[in-house]
Design a protein around this ligand. Structure first.
Ligand code: FPP
Length: 245
C-alpha cells in the first residue's frame, strides 16, 4: 500500500467479519494479564462498530466466543463469560434509558448455540435482539457466541430435514437456515494477530469472502487499521469462480 492510497467509499464491503485474535499476545507484550487483553478487546470492538456504521458498512460479525473456546482454562472462560454478561447488562441499561451509544441505530443479533446459557441469560439476549430490531436493518451487528461454523451447518441441515423430511436439500435451503439466514455473505473477513486460518468462523458464508490478515493484535486494531484492510479489499478483483474481463 502506498501512503497515498485512500479508501474508495463507493466500494465499501457490505458485510465484514472480524476474527478478533491476539488479545493474549497484546497483554503479554505489556506485562498485563490475558484478561486485561480481553477487556481492551471490547474497547477495540466498540471503536470498530462505530466506525463501520459511520463509513456505511451495513453488517458486521464479530467472533466473540467459539464452540472450541470452552477448552481454555476455566478462569479464562469464566472471565470471557463474565465480560460478555456484564457487557450485555450495560447494553440493556442503555436500551432502557433510550440512550444507545456504541450500538446506536444498530440491530444486534446473536449467532451461535445459545442453549448453552441459562434461561435467564437467553431471555436477556432475546430482549436485546427484539429491542434493537426496532432500529431497522440499516446496520446489523452479529455477535458470534458459542459459535462454530460446522455446528451451524449441521444445525441448518437438521432444521431443514425436520421441516421437510422427504425433500433434497439445496444450497439456498442451507443459507436460509444458517444463523445468518437472510443476510448477505461477508465480502471481507479480517483476522488480526497474523494467523492464516478461519478457525471454524462462517465456514459456509466465507466461500467467496476476501480474507485480510494483519499482524496487528485485536486491541490495537483501530479505524486506521480498518482503512488499510478496506484499501486492500478495494484492489481485489472478485470473480466468484467466474472470469472477469
Ligand atoms: C482471541 O484472542 C480472542 C478471544 C477468544 C475472545 C475475543 C473476545 C473479545 C475481543 C471480547 C469481546 C467481548 C464482548 C463482551 C463483546 P486470544 O486470547 O486467543 O489471543 P492470543 O492468541 O494472543 O492468546
Amino acid at each position: 500500500m502506498s501512503t497515498n492510497d485512500t479508501v474508495n467509499y463507493a466500494n465499501i464491503p457490505v458485510h465484514i467479519g472480524f476474527i478478533m485474535d491476539g488479545n493474549g499476545r497484546w497483554a503479554k507484550a505489556r506485562n498485563l494479564l490475558r484478561t486485561q487483553g480481553h477487556n481492551a478487546g471490547v474497547e477495540a470492538l466498540e471503536k470498530i462498530v462505530r466506525h463501520c456504521r459511520d463509513i456505511g458498512v451495513r453488517c458486521v460479525t464479530f467472533y466473540v466466543f467459539s464452540t472450541e473456546n470452552w477448552l481454555r482454562p476455566k478462569a479464562e472462560v469464566d472471565h470471557l463469560m463474565n465480560l460478555f454478561s456484564s457487557y450485555m447488562d450495560k447494553i440493556i441499561k442503555e436500551i432502557n434509558s433510550g440512550k444507545m451509544k456504541t450500538f446506536k441505530d444498530s440491530s444486534i443479533r446473536f449467532i451461535g448455540d445459545m442453549s448453552a446459557f441459562s434461561d435467564d441469560f437467553q431471555e436477556k439476549l432475546k430482549y436485546i435482539e427484539e429491542k434493537t430490531a426496532e432500529n431497522g436493518n440499516e446496520f446489523i451487528v452479529n455477535l458470534a457466541v458459542n459459535y462454530g461454523g460446522r455446528a451451524e451447518i449441521i444445525h441448518a441441515v437438521n432444521e431443514f430435514i425436520n421441516a421437510n423430511p422427504n425433500k433434497l436439500i439445496t444450497e439456498t435451503d442451507i443459507s436460509e437456515k444458517l444463523y445468518t439466514g437472510g443476510l448477505p455473505d461477508p465480502d471481507l473477513i479480517i483476522r488480526t494477530a497474523g494467523e492464516s486460518r478461519l478457525s471454524n468462523f462462517l465456514l459456509w458464508q466465507a466461500s467467496y469472502s476476501e480474507i485480510y490478515i494483519t499482524p496487528v493484535c485485536w486491541p490495537d486494531f483501530t479505524p486506521d487499521e480498518l482503512a488499510k484492510a478496506i484499501i486492500d479489499y478495494n484492489k481485489r478483483t472478485r470473480k466468484f469462480g467466474g472470469l472477469v474481463e
